[in-house]
Design a protein. Structure first.
Length: 90
């Protein structure tokens, strides 16, 4: 049997809760914005099918890489020792 890495042995319950809250906030905000965007597009009779097409990974786009890094900093900032990072606005 191989040893497994314990990724959260040094993480407090408070830090985990901050991460959960940050992720929940991000997910809700994205879902809400997507619903609003799709409603506007539908109202203008725009076909939503292309939205389901595959998207190139962020690694090929500098702006998306920066957005991804900012997201990771917001969500996991508490693990880097700055609890304010996890709750800061984007």
């Amino acid at each position: 049997m191989t040893a497994q890495t314990d990724y959260i042995s040094d993480v407090s319950k408070t830090e985990l809760l901050r991460i959960i809250v940050a992720l929940s906030t991000e997910v809700y905000a994205l879902a809400d914005r997507q619903r609003a965007t799709e409603a506007v597009l539908t109202a203008h009779k725009i076909d939503l099918a292309p939205l389901s097409a595959p998207i190139e990974p962020a690694v090929y786009d500098e702006e998306r890489l920066a957005e991804r890094d900012a997201f990771v900093a917001r969500v996991f900032g508490t693990l880097a020792g700055d609890p304010a990072e996890a709750t800061s606005e984007s």
